[in-house]
Design a protein around this ligand. Structure first.
Ligand SMILES: *Cc1c(COP(=O)(O)O)cnc(C)c1O
Ligand SMILES: [Zn+2]
Length: 390
């Protein structure tokens, strides 16, 4: 294993990997896993067999913090396809537009990449029961991987979580607790259960980041190690975007790619705390009001990785924007006409890309990869009500 220690993303404090912590005990910020990149370089450099291997999460084992690869808990996550959308390129004026279709993962969302790593680590820590807070997809994902590993899974979800995601978690044998009106309250409850009731905590913490950075590895691999100009990613907690930026920088550091892309992050109207903070150059302020949204998977009032998202956007000279419910549904139906069915939270990425192209933030000649985070079948009700209005 090439992972060496943990470091705080804010104050730089170091911790041992054997330390079962979830945030910096000095400043409360998210942690990050640090690697011996020279060691990784020796494995990947001029390794033709590795280059030829088809993309999937564990192809990138050297970038993952797991010591015994025979004990990995896997459901064949990753290896999702990258689609070029020729018709939409023409209609919207892009020169190259791709979708990374994360709905093709085992439970229908990119969360499986992180769950495979997190549940493998839970076994390393000898956990027997795990807890996770979720807007629905992480619940389904941890439930599946926990079941595969033989663990008891408890999930905490807010009111209004799409029923499809809960039924899915129940089918994997999880116990469900509906708690609070928003994800942020469910999160606090899961952290309380871990602290007071002996649950192993899973969720948007450092080991998940490691699995989820493989979305970036795969995009670059599928483009034959050419860098696209833009990658557009929906923001809930911001952990996936942060992870994607980390993965890109790791490939860059090792010389696997020659250039860095610009990253764009998208939030949905009413849940745009990070966009506002970035625009006004102010600290992130938690959203106070709960408003109705089509994009429940990204309806987060105080994203834990918000500050890391802003760093990624600034470092990459990228962009942050929010889109309306109407723009989101419209973009989802555009993807439908290309043969792709994604959930509303995922459609926000195409909605923002369209807007950025119209505003000239994305140039006519630039290539764009939109990350479609989850499968449309996850949230049929929202689609149904949008279609019956037409
Ligand atoms: C979890 C999720 C997101 C947001 O990812 P974060 O890591 O929380 O920013 C976006 N779309 C879908 C479908 C999700 O399930
Ligand atoms: Zn710290």
């Amino acid at each position: 294993m090439f992972a060496i220690h943990l470091v705080c993303t804010k104050c730089g404090e170091r911790y041992s990997l054997a330390n079962k912590i979830y945030k910096c005990s000095k400043c409360g910020s998210p942690l990050d896993v640090v690697y011996d990149y020279e060691g990784i370089r020796e494995v990947v450099e001029d390794n033709d067999a590795w280059f030829r291997e088809a993309p999937r999460v564990w192809k990138y084992w050297m970038f993952l913090p797991v010591s015994n690869l025979r004990k990995v808990v896997s459901l064949n996550e990753g290896g999702t396809r990258l689609y070029r959308l020729k018709r939409l390129e023409k209609d919207l004026g892009f020169s190259q537009l791709y979708v990374k279709n994360e709905g093709e993962n085992p439970t229908g969302a990119f969360k499986d990449r992180g769950s495979s790593v997190e549940i493998t680590k839970a076994l390393e820590f000898h956990a027997r029961k795990v807890v996770v807070a979720s807007t629905g997809n992480m619940a389904a994902s941890i439930s599946a991987y926990g079941a595969k590993a033989g663990l008891e899974v408890n999930i905490v979800v807010p009111e209004g979580t799409p029923i499809g995601k809960l039924v899915q978690a129940m089918a994997y044998g999880a116990k469900i607790k509906v708690f609070g009106k928003a994800y942020d309250e469910a999160l606090a409850e899961s952290e309380r259960m871990a602290a007071e009731e002996g649950y192993h905590l899973t969720g948007n913490y450092h080991f998940r980041v490691e699995g989820q950075k493989t979305t970036a590895f795969e995009i670059l691999d599928q483009l034959h190690f050419n860098t696209p100009d833009w990658i557009v990613v929906p923001i809930g907690a911001g952990t996936h975007l942060r992870a994607i930026w980390k993965g890109i920088n790791e490939f860059y550091k090792l010389g696997l790619i020659d250039e860095l892309p610009k990253i764009a992050g998208v939030q949905v109207e009413g849940y745009d705390a990070v966009v506002r903070a970035w625009r006004e150059n102010k600290p992130i302020e938690k959203i106070r009001k709960k408003v109705p949204t089509v994009a429940t998977a990204i309806a987060v009032k105080a994203p834990v990785d918000g500050a890391n998202v802003i760093n990624a956007i600034n470092e990459s000279h990228g962009y942050l924007g929010s889109v309306s419910n109407e723009e989101t549904m419209e973009a989802g139906l555009m993807l439908g006409r290309e043969g792709l069915f994604v959930e509303p939270s995922s459609a926000t990425a195409l909605a923002l890309a369209k807007h950025m192209r119209e505003e000239g933030i994305i140039d006519q000649g630039e290539s764009v990869v939109v990350v479609a985070t989850g499968n449309g079948l996850k949230d049929i009700k929202t689609w149904e009500s949008a279609m019956s209005k037409e």
